[in-house]
Design a protein around this ligand. Structure first.
Ligand code: NZQ
Ligand code: ZN
Length: 387
């Protein structure tokens, strides 16, 4: 096990009716906030009314900025920064999924940075602090409710880039599984693929002697495999969504990655897809992750055998570890397909004409990846395997 520091400071408030505490929680930080949300699902579901009532009851004034699109755009972040500056706002409340939370974090970082906030995403500048952010989560998926990251797309150039700072972790995140009942099945499935991917980016490592985090990761993946089909079959299954929602946070709050080298190639390769083609991040991962696995598994075949046997209950063929490893990958692919997700680029209508461009944008002349270092040529090969 490698040395590590672990500190996740997000307060999680979990369970039925918990969104009604948002006013009280927010008032601990500010009496004038930006209420940030997406394309309007929160208004249709009644969550908006409950959140605004709770804010009013706690004496918290709010200025609204809705309209965050999935794969959140830089232009709205600029708008949010201006709105906050003009209204003396010092706290951002995100009510939504990963896209709303990431947009809120972009505004929060931009508010405390003298230059252009996009420079932070390009690594041309470094943030020293950000406004505090609070969250009411509406979809188990990105894990942004307790991560320090924000992923944003600049429309010009279709560039999707991330930043990560500990001080960007939300101060609190309110998770009521009941709000998941209104999720379209496809969004539930995309979220599930993202959650699985966050675990697997950490699980596939060459670092030895990480049994505790291996076992925790396997338990979290098994929980997803057991509960996602149930949630899709009965979209008001509280118990299934409760498991999935907590697994989504657990998958990305950095605990499962402690003490080990992590990979993250599939995420980087996927971000080029959702940056250009504007597909759901989870759908892109359902396509890219199995292709990445098929490309790299020989580097550490025993780890892929462990994944197949412990997570997918594949019967181990001791004479042919590669066979067992490939069976595990096939099981993962079957699982994604059974959820109604695309597992090939063709399923998402993506052709091969921009593979070189995406690989170039992804890695330039450098490399990515922990389990196996990948250069531009490798990434083109992975896109080809995903056709
Ligand atoms: O916009 P609204 O109307 O709210 O509708 C959303 C959106 O259309 C809808 N939705 C969410 N909750 C709902 C609901 N509809 C009905 N009922 C509900 N309860 O679902 C759609 C997708 O929402 P979005 O926020 O885009 O989903 P997700 O949470 O998957 O976020 C995806 C974004 O997060 C980034 C991704 O790259 C992508 O841009 N990620 C952020 C990470 C982080 N900050 O740590 C890590 C991840 O790896 C990921 O990259
Ligand atoms: Zn992700």
């Amino acid at each position: 096990m490698n040395n590590f520091t672990f500190q996740n400071t997000t307060k999680i408030i979990f369970g039925k009716g918990t969104e009604n505490t948002v006013g009280e929680e927010t008032a601990k930080y500010s009496k004038k906030v930006l209420l940030h949300y997406g394309g309007g699902s929160i208004k249709k579901t009644g969550l908006y009314d409950r959140v605004t009532k709770s804010l009013k009851d706690a004496g918290v004034e709010y200025v609204e900025l809705g309209g965050v699109k999935p794969n959140p755009r830089l232009s709205l972040i600029y708008e949010g920064i201006e709105l906050c500056r003009n209204n003396g706002i010092d706290f951002i409340l995100a009510v939504g999924g990963g896209s709303v939370i990431d947009s809120a974090k972009g505004i929060a970082a931009g508010m405390c940075y003298e230059g252009d906030v996009w420079d932070l995403y390009l690594r041309k500048g470094t943030a020293a602090k950000a406004l505090p952010v609070g969250v009411v989560l509406t979809i188990p998926a990105a894990g942004s409710e307790s991560s320090g990251s924000s992923v944003v797309t600049k429309e010009e150039g279709q560039l999707k880039r991330d930043i990560g700072y500990d001080f960007l972790r939300p101060r609190f995140s309110i998770l009521n599984p009941e709000v998941c009942f209104t999720l379209p099945s496809y969004q539930t499935a995309c979220g599930a693929a993202d959650i699985m991917a966050h675990i697997m980016e950490r699980y596939f490592t060459n670092t030895p002697n990480v049994e505790l985090t291996d076992r925790l990761s396997e338990a979290t993946m098994t929980t997803m495999i057991n509960n996602v089909p149930a949630a899709l079959a009965a979209p008001n299954d509280y118990n299934a969504f409760a498991e999935i929602m907590w697994a989504g946070t657990f998958a990305h709050n950095d605990l499962l990655g402690t003490g080990r080298e992590q990979d993250w190639s599939s995420h980087k390769i996927e971000h080029e897809l959702s940056g250009i083609y504007d597909i759901a991040h989870g759908a892109g991962l359902a396509i890219i992750f199995p292709a990445w696995m098929k490309y790299v598994y020989k580097v550490n075949v025993n780890r892929f055998v462990q994944f197949a046997v412990r997570v997918w209950k594949v019967e181990q063929d001791f004479s042919d570890p590669e066979k067992t490893a490939l069976e595990g990958i096939a099981k993962l692919e079957d699982f994604f397909r059974s959820l109604g997700l695309p597992t090939r680029l063709a399923d998402a209508g993506i052709t091969e004409d921009r593979f070189e461009e995406m690989a170039e944008k992804c890695v330039g002349s450098g490399t990515i990846g922990g389990l196996k270092k990948l250069d531009k040529n490798d990434i083109v090969n992975i896109y080809r395997l995903a056709r």
